[in-house]
Design a protein around this ligand. Structure first.
Ligand SMILES: Cc1cc2nc3c(=O)[nH]c(=O)nc-3n(C[C@H](O)[C@H](O)[C@H](O)COP(=O)(O)O)c2cc1C
Length: 263
């Protein structure tokens, strides 16, 4: 399965982390579409997604900035082979494609990289000898409106705020950016990241965007390279919407990867 560019671009502009879920059944055709995305959006052979029923105790209570996820009937576990040096960015990239498909299906999601029980998550999604569950997302219909608790958890909107591009980008002056670079960077900017830390930095050259981390300190015990993988999926989705195709080259820290346009 390829990136569904128009559909996922629309979704990436709307997606929000949701932590409270309603007791509402997922219709069979919606369930089936998400299952297909989990099974077929597999751009890397070292990363896979498992869509399964879950119990609430997989999500832990308050940890640092985070509260408990409540009422979700399903989860998707993002599983990777720990021997792959680029596994974290590949988890972010693959997982975000699936999260955007869930968003397009009007389902609620929330990347959870910290506040989940690894043992319980692994019992829902069996892992191989070299595999690990790097992150999960609850899946279900989010409660119609954010409750007071949810608003409290998101700092009454604070966690949705994003840095201006000027603070994130170096290289070519903005006035010289081709249209696809501008659209892609705006899409990367709204990507979710752990505790909304937005660790990505972007170097713009005439036909490429290089993604790096701001520093090598993986705060909160969640990899910044995973966050960057999410931004990579947003960049490529937006590039496709601008009819630009390209390829990713994985790089070593503090760089993460470079997208080079083939158009
Ligand atoms: C890799 C990653 C890990 C995350 N881990 C957690 C978590 O453990 N618990 C939680 O409640 N939210 C978690 N989040 C959600 C972020 O807090 C949220 O994406 C961020 O505040 C931006 O808000 P938004 O997703 O609504 O745009 C995580 C997000 C990412 C990308």
């Amino acid at each position: 399965m390829e990136i569904l560019s128009q559909r996922w671009y629309g979704a990436l502009l709307k997606r929000r982390s949701r932590r409270l879920y309603a007791a509402r059944l997922i219709p069979a055709e919606v369930f089936e579409k998400l299952t297909v995305a989990c099974n077929e959006f597999r751009p890397f052979d070292t990363v896979r997604a498992v869509f399964t029923e879950c119990s609430e105790n997989v999500f832990k209570g308050i940890i640092g900035a985070y509260g408990k996820i409540r009422g979700a009937p399903f989860l998707i576990a993002f599983i990777g082979d720990t021997r792959d040096p680029y596994v974290k960015e590949k988890i972010g990239y693959t997982g975000e494609g699936i999260i955007l498909e869930a968003t397009a299906l009007k389902l609620g999601t929330c990347w959870v990289g910290k506040s989940f029980d690894h043992v319980i998550a692994s019992s829902f999604a069996t892992t191989g000898e070299h595999e690990k569950v790097f992150a999960v997302t609850p899946i279900g219909y989010a409660s119609a409106e954010a409750s007071f608790e949810e608003k409290l958890l998101t700092g009454f909107g604070q966690t949705h705020k994003r840095e201006p591009l000027a603070r994130l980008v170096s290289g070519l002056q903005e006035t010289e950016w081709p249209e696809w670079i501008k659209v892609s960077l705006l899409a990367a900017r709204v990507a979710p990241s752990a505790v909304n830390r937005q660790p990505w930095r972007f170097l713009v050259e005439s036909n490429s965007i290089t993604v790096s981390v701001d520093n090598l300190n993986d705060s909160y015990g969640i990899s910044k390279r995973l966050d960057c993988g999410i931004a990579m999926l947003h960049i490529e989705t937006a590039a496709h919407v601008c009819e630009v195709v390209g390829k990713w080259e994985f790089l070593d820290p503090p760089e993460v990867a470079r997208f080079i346009s083939r158009s």
